[in-house]
Design a protein around this ligand. Structure first.
Ligand SMILES: NC(=O)c1ccc[n+]([C@@H]2O[C@H](COP(=O)([O-])OP(=O)(O)OC[C@H]3O[C@@H](n4cnc5c(N)ncnc54)[C@H](OP(=O)(O)O)[C@@H]3O)[C@@H](O)[C@H]2O)c1
Length: 305
């Protein structure tokens, strides 16, 4: 039996929190921003002082404030690029493995199929120059971790939600607004794959257990999302449906009607074929995952965030 230890960085975030909750008896050290500061190299080394050969570090920490990043590039790059590089250097030096989580925002331009329609991104597709500081900082992070340690596994995901009461994620926000507003407008011209943080966490544990397998031992770049795609409007309507409310209360609008500091991608669906090809269990459909999240929410008397 392996005496592998797991370290979760960003343990208080949406994904990190679910990683801790789904660890299922694995020996895990949970590190929040109170325990490790990715912008401080000495903090990274001291927080990971016990890391040993064969251990696995999962980096779920990031600077995720997409709009704020536009005016705070320095912090975004420090957290999303320099910090992960330090994690990779530690992993490399200790003979441990790093799983680093990244994003659909690294892609700049849709890739089109023969009919000229955007098709889901594969890890092998070129990223180009991301349109946002957040995307650029996450891409820099991907490159820096792989440069420091080629055996790092980078997992891109998209549209992460928990649906939990008290959370500020999209699903939780829509559920709150359902009770507060008669109608609301939600953009219907951005397409992506919503991903339940719990499902991604379970997938990352499967990955963490399998890092020594033939398809993963030399490092990998994978995409992991719940299956299928929708617009933000479609997701909001599905939340209303889950709550037994009329989805018609969610009206469509365009991205142009709500300008924000950081431009949003019109199409950012990630293909999860690479995930399955690595021998990992595909995540269920986003619609089934949303149902599970909303069911968990209805019994959630103790908001965690
Ligand atoms: N949310 C999405 O829709 C989405 C989509 C695609 C990809 N992703 C990626 O998925 C991963 C997890 O995202 P998430 O939604 O779970 O993010 P999240 O909820 O914003 O959590 C990020 C965590 O990182 C921590 N953190 C921030 N700066 C730090 C620092 N300097 N040192 C240590 N920890 C720090 C935060 O701690 P504090 O709260 O204390 O600052 C927070 O707990 C990230 O890599 C993100 O880029 C997310």
């Amino acid at each position: 039996m392996s005496d592998r230890r797991f370290y979760v960085i960003g343990a208080a975030g949406q994904l990190g929190n679910h990683l801790i909750e789904t660890a299922d008896g694995r020996p895990v050290t949970a590190l929040t921003s109170a325990d490790i500061d990715l912008t401080d190299e000495s903090s990274v080394w001291s927080a990971l002082a016990e890391v040993r050969r064969g251990d696995v570090i999962v980096n779920a920490a990031a600077y995720t404030a997409v709009d704020a990043a536009e005016s705070d590039a320095r912090t975004a790059f420090a957290v999303n690029a320099d910090g992960p590089r330090s994690l990779a250097v530690v992993a490399n030096e200790r003979g441990a493995r790093l799983i680093h989580v990244s994003t659909d925002y690294v892609f700049a331009q849709p890739v089109r199929d023969v009919a000229g329609e955007p098709r889901p991104y594969e890890p092998t597709d070129p990223t180009g120059s991301p349109a946002t500081v957040y995307g650029a900082s996450k891409l820099a992070g991907e490159l820096s971790v792989r440069d420091a340690d080629p055996s790092v596994i980078v997992v891109r995901t998209s549209w992460v939600f928990t649906g939990r009461r008290g959370s500020a994620d999209f699903v939780a926000t829509m559920a709150r607004l359902e009770a507060e507003r008669e109608t609301l407008q939600v953009v219907d011209d951005q397409v992506g794959s919503p991903t339940y943080a719990r499902d991604l966490a379970l997938g990352l544990w499967e990955l963490a257990d399998a890092v020594d397998g033939p398809s993963l031992r030399d490092g990998a770049l994978l995409h992991a999302c719940n299956a299928g795609s929708t617009t933000w409007n479609g997701l909001a309507r599905a939340v209303f449906a889950e709550l037994g409310s009329d989805p018609e209360r969610v009206q469509p609008c365009t991205t142009d009607q709500f300008p924000r500091p950081a431009p949003r991608p019109g199409y950012s669906v990630l293909s999860s074929e690479s995930w399955a090809a690595a021998g990992l269990t595909p995540l269920r459909s986003w619609r089934d995952a949303l149902h599970a999240a909303m069911t968990a929410r209805s019994g959630d008397d103790h908001p965690l965030r």
